[in-house]
Design a binder for this molecule. Structure first.
Ligand SMILES: CC(C)(COP(=O)(O)OP(=O)(O)OC[C@H]1O[C@@H](n2cnc3c(N)ncnc32)[C@H](O[C@H]2O[C@H](COP(=O)(O)OP(=O)(O)OP(=O)(O)O)[C@@H](O)[C@H]2O)[C@@H]1O)[C@@H](O)C(=O)NCCC(=O)NCCS
Ligand code: ADE
Length: 283
């Protein structure tokens, strides 16, 4: 492992933390997204706004920094998993203080917190697959201090017998490595602009993610409508094509009518942007 000079380790830690916050801010600003907060407004939410989501993202930078600092060139073990869990829960408290009690990014703290930790464990040098594998290693370790409360996410996981946020991380973020990143790169290479490429990557996630936010609000019918609609956007050539934009517009209207909002997919898009930014290119 290449030894970095101390001050450059410090700048590495700051960079990882800032990239994570930046990717959350870029995700919420990506427009137009189906049912989600974006530059047009609050989507299918009464309690969220663009400004609140940006404030929430900025409140998480110290947590991302602490995670990077504690994980720098450390192996995955139970002690590190418990430290990451403790810092993640501290981050949730800071988020709730910044949002006056609104759950904006609990799932994002989990996904991006694990990926920031994984990047730091690898000394800032890793491919996208290595990052996701290391994050999965961490996510699979037990955290005896994790709260035993039965969350909304777990309720949906048990009721609909689907994988949720935990399983997505423990399996190495397959919706990022197998769907979102390949779509992001394919759309860029086929001439889509960055907004279109990122929207296409979100569509790729939506085609198959069992988003517990959507399940909790609109059941399996809502989730299947979302998955089929996202598939239709990509089948129409993606958002760089007029037919794809029209399909996206129809999907947004359907999500608003169902009061459904794929917050989990939005988190994974932010995580996709983070991996794309910090990983060593291998494609
Ligand atoms: C592992 C944890 C994430 C806990 O997960 P669990 O499923 O038990 O708990 P929830 O927080 O209820 O749900 C998980 C959140 O993860 C996102 N998500 C949903 N489905 C998936 C999926 N298939 N893959 C990946 N991620 C998924 C989603 O988060 C986003 O949505 C929330 C906001 O949307 P909204 O609809 O407004 O949600 P609510 O306000 O609850 O509903 P309404 O009342 O408005 O209708 C927001 O959280 C977004 O981020 C799910 O909500 C993890 O939290 C955990 O165990 N943490 C402990 C600390 C730790 O170990 N940290 C280590 C790393 S730092
Ligand atoms: N843009 C967004 N809208 C609603 N919930 C979200 N969770 C993360 N990003 C979100």
């Amino acid at each position: 492992m290449k030894r970095l000079a101390p001050q450059s380790v410090e700048s590495h830690l700051h960079q990882l933390a800032q990239h994570a916050t930046d990717c959350l801010i870029e995700e919420v600003n990506l427009t137009p997204k189906p049912g989600l907060v974006d530059r047009r407004g609050s989507g299918a939410h009464q309690d969220l706004s663009l400004a609140l989501m940006e404030r929430s993202a900025r409140s998480l930078t110290p947590t991302f920094y602490a995670l990077a600092q504690q994980c720098w060139q450390r192996p995955a073990d139970i002690a590190l998993r418990e430290t990451v869990g403790r810092l993640g829960r501290e981050g949730e408290r800071q988020m709730m203080a910044a949002t006056d009690g609104v759950n904006t990014h609990r799932g994002a703290i989990w996904a991006l917190g694990l990926l920031v930790s994984a990047a730091a464990m690898r000394g800032g040098e890793a491919s996208s697959d290595q990052l996701c594998t290391r994050a999965a290693e961490l996510a699979c370790l037990p955290d005896r201090h994790a709260p035993k409360t039965f969350s909304k996410g777990l309720r949906a996981v048990h009721r609909f017998q689907v994988p949720g946020a935990r399983e997505e991380a423990q399996q190495g973020f397959p919706h990022i490595t197998q769907l979102a990143l390949p779509q992001l790169w394919r759309s860029r290479e086929s001439g889509a602009n960055e907004t279109e490429a990122r929207l296409d990557a979100l569509m790729a996630i939506l085609t198959s993610l069992s988003d517990t936010c959507v399940l909790n609000r609109s059941g399996m019918n809502g989730l299947l409508t979302l998955q089929r609609g996202a598939h239709a956007v990509l089948q129409a050539g993606g958002t760089a094509h007029i037919a794809g934009r029209q399909a996206l517009q129809q999907l947004d209207s359907a999500m608003l009518a169902l009061n459904a909002s794929p917050g989990g997919a939005a988190d994974l898009l932010a995580a996709t942007l983070f991996i794309d930014r910090v990983s060593i290119a291998t494609h």
